[in-house]
Design a protein around this ligand. Structure first.
Ligand code: B12
Ligand code: SF4
Ligand code: SF4
Length: 339
């Protein structure tokens, strides 16, 4: 059975059509780093991210709290490094208005990855079911009460960087983690846990404009992070994290502590990404044309004159729908005041 699964489902030809660059399996349901998470939340370092507290904190202690039938998980890495590579070129070009959007946003055709990667995971799950009809599965993709970086760690795919990103030697950190939780044990032997490859480097912490990285605990102080402020803070409360004025124009998410990481620099240098303009989907084109390619004043004017509903219509099923018109207006105003 396992051989058939390997041959028919987990082979690289099948997986590469979904943008999957690597995968691993673990049968361990309890996170190795649970105590770090527990302490982090208890110290209030989750800040405005209230969905990480209380019952949803406790559920994360064991996958079986979420999926009682759990016997193993296949963890997949969905890469968006190619888009990062192309966006960096765009940001350096004359077309750019100086504003930046995190590369994962455009990395999956401009569609919110919670939609299209969920479909990919379900498709792969159903392929497994065809071989093994008694199998039950659930997917995990960001919003489930699962410590996903730890799950990838248990699957032997990489380590926790000092910027708190999950990093793989082969693929750097520009990937999304998505997993299939299975009611059967498909693991081979438990994978070797990856050792730390950050060494003495502290480039991520040194480069973070808002000092959001706590090197001692290897975690983030959420409320200081530009990603939290620009994605998760929907209202304009007038309190941007201190130091954000030293950022590079990030209006939705932030890639700075990944851009400087030698493991990503290496990947973007050595990998040959073939890219041509036809790779841009309609949704991506729309986001780029609206936010990144015209004078900031025009972007602000159009956002102001749109209704909330109009904004939702324009950016439906894209990642920026989450933050909404008011949230984005707050982010862009920050830079218009700065310049
Ligand atoms: C909340 C959240 C955020 C918050 C807080 C992020 C954070 N670092 O804690 C905010 C809004 C800031 C955020 C930002 C981003 N996020 Co986010 N986020 C999450 C979410 C939902 C939960 C993370 C969490 O629990 N944080 C609390 C900390 C304590 O837990 P942790 O990050 O898992 O870290 C573990 C390690 O740090 C370890 N640990 C802690 N201390 C120590 C000490 C030692 C010695 C060791 C060995 C280990 C260790 O224990 C922790 C628990 O397992 C996950 C999805 C999920 N369900 O897991 C996505 C997730 C982490 N995010 C993701 C992404 C892509 C991003 C952004 C890159 C988006 C962007 N461009 O703006 C940034 C990156 C910021 C950064 N440097 O981390 C990806 C990361 C993929 C990867 N390669 O790591 C995830 C996994 C979503 C996914 N399914 O792919 N995110
Ligand atoms: S995502 Fe940006 S603000 Fe957050 S820790 Fe990394 S560099 Fe700092
Ligand atoms: S920049 Fe350096 S310290 Fe930070 S995650 Fe990358 S290798 Fe580790």
């Amino acid at each position: 059975m396992k051989d058939k699964i390997l041959d028919e489902v987990l082979n690289s030809k099948n997986l590469s059509q979904y943008g999957i660059v690597d995968w691993g399996i673990t049968s361990v349901s309890r996170p190795i780093t649970w105590k770090y998470y527990f302490n982090w939340v208890n110290k209030g370092l989750n800040g405005i991210l209230k969905y990480l507290e209380g019952d949803r904190r406790d559920k994360r202690e064991d996958i079986k709290n979420y999926f009682p039938e759990f016997e193993s998980a296949i963890v997949f890495q969905f890469s968006y490094a190619k888009k990062k590579f192309e966006l960096d070129k765009f940001y350096q070009s004359e077309k750019s208005n100086g504003l930046k959007i995190a590369s994962y946003v455009l990395g999956f055709d401009g569609i919110d990855y919670h939609y299209n990667l969920r479909d990919s995971l379900n498709e792969i799950g159903n392929q497994l079911k065809e071989i093994d009809p008694d199998l039950n599965f659930k997917f995990s993709l960001d919003t489930q009460p699962i410590l996903e970086r730890d799950l990838a760690y248990r699957a032997g795919l990489g380590w926790f960087g000092k910027n708190s990103m999950f990093i793989s030697k082969k693929e750097g950190s520009f990937f999304i983690l998505g997993s299939l939780l299975l009611s059967k044990d498909y693991s081979f032997s438990e994978p070797k846990i990856e050792t730390d490859h950050c060494g003495q480097c502290t480039r991520c912490a040194d480069s973070c404009p808002t000092n959001a990285i706590d090197l001692d605990t290897r975690t983030l102080i959420s409320n200081k992070c530009i990603s939290t402020y620009t994605i998760e803070q929907f209202k304009d409360l007038g309190e941007a994290p201190q130091g954000m004025e030293n950022s590079n124009g990030e209006i939705f998410g932030c890639d700075i502590c990944q851009e400087v990481c030698p493991w990503n620099k290496r990947l973007l240098r050595v990998r040959e990404f073939d890219f041509n303009a036809t790779d841009i989907s309609e949704k991506e084109k729309h986001i780029r044309e609206f936010f990144l390619q015209r004078p900031l004043e025009d972007v602000l004017e159009d956002l102001k004159s749109l209704s909330n509903r109009g904004f939702q219509r324009l950016f439906k099923s894209t990642p920026i729908e989450r933050t909404g018109r008011v949230g984005l207006l707050k982010n862009i105003r920050f830079f218009s005041g700065k310049r």
